[in-house]
Design a protein around this ligand. Structure first.
Ligand code: KIV
Length: 258
C-alpha cells in the first residue's frame, strides 16, 4: 500500500486530517505545506470556468490541472476527481483512471457514489488503483437545489450501508458532503477508515474545503464555507499599485530596466 495512504489511515481516532483543493501549481505549493491530502476537485468547473454543474468538466480539464498541481505537491497525498461519465462501466472506469494516474502521477482517484458504482470501485481496487469514496451530496448527479442528506431514517440507513460497502470494497477514505451531524457521526463511528467532512460536522475524521472559498477568492454563500482570509483585497492592491506606477511612469525605473 502507498505509504502516504497508510499515514492517512493511521490518523483515524488520533489526529484530524486536513484536505484542501488545488487546481494549479502555485496553489498546490501552499496547500501542500499544511494539508495531508491535496485534492484536484472537479469543483474547478464552477470555481474556474463558471459551469453550473460539474457534469461539464472533462477528463482533459482534470488531467491538465492535475499535471500543474503535481508540480507543487511534494509531501501530501494527491487525489484527483474522476469527472462525470468517466466511470459508468468497469472498463471505462479502469481506462480513464489509468490515464489519470499515468498522465498526472497522482496517488489516487475519487469517485462519487456508493452501491450504484460499487462494481467499478471494486474493479479499480482489484487492479491496484487507490480509490477515495464520496457520499452524501453528490454534485455530479445532484438535481436542483443542493440539500443536506441523512435526515430521514431511510436515508441514514442507506448512507451507512453505502459507507460500509465502500469500506469493504477497499476505499481508503470517504468524503462525506452535506450530511446531517448525527448521521455523519454515526458513519464515522461505524468505519475503520477515515471520513473527510465537508458540511458534515466536526465529528468526521478530517475536513475538506475548496481553497478558493476559504481564502475568499470565490464568492460562495454556502452555509459550511468559512472565509478565513480575504485574499481579493491583496490581489487588488498589487494590481492597483502596478497600474498607478505604469501610468505615472514610476515603473519601470532604472532598477527594473536593462
Ligand atoms: O470537487 C471537489 O472539490 C470536491 C470536494 C469539495 C470534496 O469534491
Amino acid at each position: 500500500m502507498n505509504i502516504k495512504i497508510k499515514k492517512i489511515l493511521k490518523k483515524k481516532n488520533k489526529s484530524k486530517i486536513v484536505c484542501l483543493t488545488a487546481y494549479s501549481k502555485n496553489f498546490a505549493e501552499e496547500v501542500d505545506k499544511y494539508a495531508d491530502i491535496t485534492l484536484v476537485g472537479d469543483s474547478l468547473g464552477s470555481v474556474l470556468y463558471n459551469y453550473n454543474s460539474t457534469k461539464k468538466v472533462s477528463l482533459t480539464n482534470m488531467i491538465d490541472h492535475s499535471r500543474s498541481v503535481r508540480l507543487g505537491v511534494k509531501k501530501s497525498l494527491m487525489v484527483v476527481d474522476m469527472p462525470y461519465d468517466t466511470y459508468s462501466s468497469n472498463n471505462s472506469a479502469f481506462k480513464n483512471a489509468k490515464k489519470i494516474l499515468k498522465e498526472t502521477k497522482c496517488d489516487a482517484v475519487k469517485l462519487e457514489g456508493g452501491k450504484k458504482i460499487i462494481n467499478q470501485i471494486k474493479y479499480l481496487i482489484k487492479n491496484k488503483i487507490p480509490v477515495m469514496g464520496h457520499l452524501g451530496l453528490l454534485p455530479q448527479t445532484a438535481k436542483g437545489k443542493f440539500k443536506s442528506k441523512g435526515k430521514s431514517f431511510k436515508e441514514t440507513k442507506e448512507l451507512i450501508n453505502d459507507a460500509l460497502l465502500l469500506q469493504n470494497s477497499g476505499v481508503f477514505a470517504i468524503v462525506l458532503e452535506c450530511i446531517k451531524t448525527p448521521t455523519a457521526k454515526k458513519i464515522t463511528q461505524s468505519l475503520k477508515i477515515p471520513t473527510i467532512g465537508i458540511g458534515s460536522s466536526v465529528h468526521c475524521d478530517g475536513q475538506v474545503l475548496v481553497t478558493d472559498d476559504l481564502i475568499g477568492l470565490n464568492n460562495t454563500k454556502i452555509r459550511f464555507v468559512k472565509k478565513f482570509v480575504s485574499t481579493k483585497k491583496y490581489i487588488n492592491l498589487g494590481i492597483k499599485k502596478f497600474s498607478t506606477e505604469v501610468r505615472s511612469k514610476k515603473y519601470p525605473s532604472k532598477k527594473y530596466s536593462y
